[in-house]
Ligand binder design. Structure first.
Ligand code: GLN
Length: 308
């Protein structure tokens, strides 16, 4: 059986099993616009480095990628500023929820890692200080990775989050008070809400992340986006921090670097092999897609391929 047929068969089998099982968890209510999505959506897409693709369920429907975008803004900032970004944000798992304020005071306004809200907000600040129009440059970067000029922010989702984003306002003002934000907090948050609002299908999300499975190089045009060592480090950060205080559990059950978002998406990569994206909006109590984690656990169990 060739690679494509084997993955298609495995994915279909696990998809059906997870689909028939329970769908527990909640849709987050703090971003009103996300409540318009049916909680039973379920889609999966894989993209292998040899160019094979397979998708099932709602894999061609767009959803809000939310925190998954933080990996892309981090990649962009890391490439431009190199290791100097680690003076502004650490690389330790937080062991706390994605929007926690808890460790900031003890850590003097240096967020624990770039994949929690506090860290991603600092990365936004870094990009804003560098570009005249950071929003424009960032979406161009995502379009380049996707090889798709139509990708965009959702103004509705960004506005909806801004209206009630008190927690993120608190984080940003607090970090500013500790001296680790250069720009006006409102401006930083506008960019942060925008990058979280990007909408993608599982199909294009999986494709975008193939560069991290492919040593930093895009599949189209073989364009190097990140040096080898930066790619290695971003994958390490996804492995240790990609699922907030469920990162250890995700490594234990799935064994792949990945990143979740409160829109119900999860993307994971197997270096040298593939990138895979799953979307199912109901979230477990740690804020990660219930069915997404279940599916990926089944997938690495059955394929017996993972980084461990
Ligand atoms: N935009 C969301 C927030 O800032 C992203 C969080 C997430 O996806 N975990 O709260």
């Amino acid at each position: 059986m060739n690679e494509q047929t084997a993955y298609a068969k495995t994915i279909t089998g696990i998809y059906n099993k997870v689909y028939q099982g329970k769908n527990i968890g909640k849709i987050p209510t703090y971003i009103p616009e996300l409540l318009n999505v049916s909680p039973d959506k379920f889609g999966i897409a894989i993209h292998t480095l040899s160019g094979k693709t397979f998708g099932i369920g709602d894999y061609q429907e767009k959803f809000s990628i939310q925190s998954i975008a933080k990996v892309l803004s981090l990649s962009m900032a890391y490439d431009i500023f190199g290791d100097s970004i680690w003076e502004r944000v650490s690389v330790e798992p937080s062991g706390t929820s994605f929007n926690s304020l808890l460790q900031l005071e003890a850590n003097n306004g240096i967020p624990r890692n770039p994949l929690i809200n506090a860290g991603a907000i600092v990365i936004c600040d870094i990009l804003l200080s560098h570009f005249k129009n950071a929003e424009e440059e960032f979406i161009k970067f995502v379009r380049q990775l996707a090889n798709d000029p139509t990708i965009n922010y959702s103004e509705e989702i960004a506005a909806s989050e801004k209206e009630v984003g008190y927690r993120n306002f608190a984080l940003c003002y607090y970090i500013k008070s500790l001296g680790n934000i250069e720009n006006e907090p409102e401006r930083v948050l506008d960019f942060y809400f925008k990058l979280c609002s990007i909408e993608l299908t599982c199909e294009s999300l999986a494709y975008i992340f193939t560069f991290l499975a492919n040593d930093g190089i895009t599949l189209h045009g073989q364009q190097r986006i990140l040096p080898h060592v930066y790619t290695k480090r971003i994958n390490a950060i996804m492995q240790t921090c990609g699922f907030y205080d469920e990162s250890g559990e995700f490594a234990f059950r799935v064994g792949l670097p990945g990143k979740s978002g409160v829109g119900g998406g999860i993307v994971a990569i197997m270096p040298g092999h593939y990138a895979i994206a799953v979307w199912s909006p109901r979230l477990n109590e740690k804020g990660n897609s219930y069915r997404g984690v279940k599916f990926l656990e089944g997938f690495t169990m059955q394929t017996q391929i993972s980084v461990f």
